[in-house]
Design a protein around this ligand. Structure first.
Ligand SMILES: [Zn+2]
Length: 290
């Protein structure tokens, strides 16, 4: 029994003991989650098992359907997340498909717990905090282009354990609420890792380069699509070691730490998106492997 299976089994028992609903239609499809009580910003592994091959299996989470990874005969794995801006409270994740022509479904209840993020109040000279029309248009165009790429759903290529993007992984600032000159800004959607310029940056899992280009905020930026709605984001790079469309393997060099774009000094801004939103990368690396 691997660590993940052991942990999932433990959670299953815990979920039932806690009185939460955990149903398998007709007893043929079962679902287990790596945690039934994720905090805001947490990733959650979902494991589905069936006594046969499930056709057209999808994971339903936050009003969308996502493909699952086949982990073995009759075993499937999915990765979802609670966005760093989501409210606390009850939620449900479900698996649906067809087994021997009959529709099957299983659902797991989650209770999302709150998480407190740091608030950073900054006072900046007007020129650094406000942008002219042309810059604002560029920022808007870049954001729209990235969300278009994030909306693509490709076959799953990720697997646990994920590899931290740098050897000395010292994350800071996840989810920070920034208030600049009294105006609340977007929460900080990733972690910042201060490292010397030129430090190698590597892919956290297998995937394909969905974006490699220059951005106003991110500078030299790389986005890797790991399939099934899982993406990793690397900003402020000194140089690229990959090109758009290229397939990458876990651990492949994608570039090196720099200070391009809006950066006050050399550091890697690293972020992760999974179905459901932006999650804390540090919690992703803490997920058990198999
Ligand atoms: Zn950052």
């Amino acid at each position: 029994m691997t660590g993940l299976r052991r942990m999932l089994a433990g959670v299953l028992v815990g979920v039932i003991a806690g009185g939460h609903a955990l149903a398998a239609t007709g007893g043929v499809l079962s679902i287990a989650v790596s945690t039934a009580a994720p905090a805001v910003g947490d990733p959650v592994i979902v494991e589905v098992a069936a006594n046969g091959t499930v056709d057209n299996l999808v994971l339903r989470w936050k009003d969308a359907a996502w493909p699952m990874r086949e982990a073995g005969p009759g075993r499937y794995e999915g990765l979802i997340g609670v966005d760093l801006d989501d409210p606390e409270g009850p939620a449900a994740v479900a698996a649906e498909g067809f087994l021997d022509g009959a529709r099957v479904r299983a659902e797991a209840s989650l209770t999302i717990s709150p998480r407190t993020f740091a608030v950073q109040e900054l006072t900046l000279p007007k020129g650094m905090a406000e942008f002219d029309g042309a810059t604002l248009r560029r920022i808007g165009k870049e954001a729209a282009e990235l969300s278009r790429r994030f909306s693509r759903v490709t076959p799953p290529r990720w697997r646990t354990p994920f590899l931290p993007p740098v050897e000395e992984y010292r994350p800071a600032n996840f989810g920070d609420r920034r208030v600049i000159n009294g105006d609340p800004r977007m929460p900080h959607s990733g972690v910042d890792i201060r490292l010397p310029e030129g430090t190698p940056v590597r892919a956290i899992a297998d995937g394909r380069v969905a974006f490699a280009g220059e951005q106003f905020f991110g500078g030299r930026s790389v986005v890797i699509d790991h399939g099934a709605g899982v993406f990793s984001v690397y900003y402020h790079l000194k140089e690229f070691a990959v090109a758009e469309g290229q397939a990458v393997s876990r651990g492949d060099r994608v570039g090196s730490v720099g200070a391009t774009g809006r950066a006050t000094g050399p550091h890697l801004h690293f972020g992760v998106r999974v179905p459901g939103g932006r999650v804390d990368p540090t919690r992703l690396f803490a997920l058990p492997g198999r």
